[in-house]
Design a protein around this ligand. Structure first.
Ligand code: PGA
Length: 261
């Protein structure tokens, strides 16, 4: 039996509307009502957090409500930003930090990501720290240094105690939304190295307890072979999380590997 409970997140990105976000939430709840050995979270767009939350609550679901981003300041003149207090007020329990689209499309720096991560943890929420190399970085042999740098800078000034509320998501940028998935062996190689680095930066207990999940074109058809790898503790799912049956298939693959390994 694997000691880490798998974590599977559905990152809806800038998709759905009022009707489809509600339908998708109901579909996910119905499809996953019998799964209890995986931690599940869904990350709807900000405007639908409250309506998704009320469906989760009315149905007594244990699926966690997540936000795709946050701002680290508590309040004030930050037009367009959303604070952690606001997210908590809407029932959010977990927040994505440093998603590759925030890094590479919006331009967030490692330092900004670290500031956000510390704010999420200080707010008592679960931070999902996303890291991963671009295709150029992989092809020029820089996969390991890039991921190590993003892990180290993302976790700067974060204490070992905070790891109860941190999940690491390795998401190679070239695999996100492209249909190209890392092979289970390549993903395992990176996950294993990240776990070793956590042991060096903190201790073996932190390294063994921390979930390191994989993201990048995970589908119903490839989830199980990825999640069977010893250091892959679930997934962060984009496109395939927009279809309840496929997302459910992925979560079930995680729960099967949790039961068998
Ligand atoms: P994808 O996205 O599953 O569509 O590749 C993953 C992510 O961005 O978290």
């Amino acid at each position: 039996m694997r000691e880490r409970k798998p974590f599977v997140g559905g990152n809806w990105k800038m998709n759905t509307n009022r009707t489809t976000s509600a339908d998708l939430t109901r579909g996910v709840i119905d499809a996953l009502s019998s799964v209890n050995n995986a931690e599940i979270a869904i990350f709807p767009p900000f405007p639908y957090l409250l309506s998704v939350r009320s469906i989760l609550r009315d149905r007594g679901s244990s699926i966690k409500l997540g936000a795709q981003d946050c701002y680290h300041k508590p309040d004030g003149a930050f037009t367009g930003e959303v604070s952690l207090d606001m997210l908590k007020d809407c029932g959010v329990q977990t927040v994505l930090v440093g998603h590759s689209e925030r890094r590479h499309v919006i331009g967030e720096s490692d330092e900004m990501i670290n500031t956000k991560l510390r704010a999420v943890v200080d707010a008592g929420l679960i931070a999902i720290l996303c890291i991963g190399e671009t295709l150029d970085q992989r092809e020029s042999g820089h996969t390991d240094p890039v991921n190590q740098r993003q892990l180290r800078t993302g976790l700067a000034d974060v204490s070992a105690d905070a790891f109860e509320r941190i999940v690491i998501a390795y998401e190679p940028v070239w695999a996100i939304g492209t249909g190209k998935t890392a092979t289970p062996e390549d993903a395992q190689d990176v996950h294993g190295k990240l776990r070793k680095l956590l042991a060096q930066m903190y201790n073996t207990d932190v390294a063994q307890r921390t979930r390191i999940i994989y993201g990048g074109s995970v589908k119903g058809a490839n989830a199980e072979e990825l999640f069977r790898q010893p250091d892959i503790d679930g997934g962060l799912i984009g496109g395939a999380s927009l279809k309840a049956p496929e997302f459910a298939q992925i979560v079930k693959a995680a729960s099967v590997t949790a039961a068998k390994t």
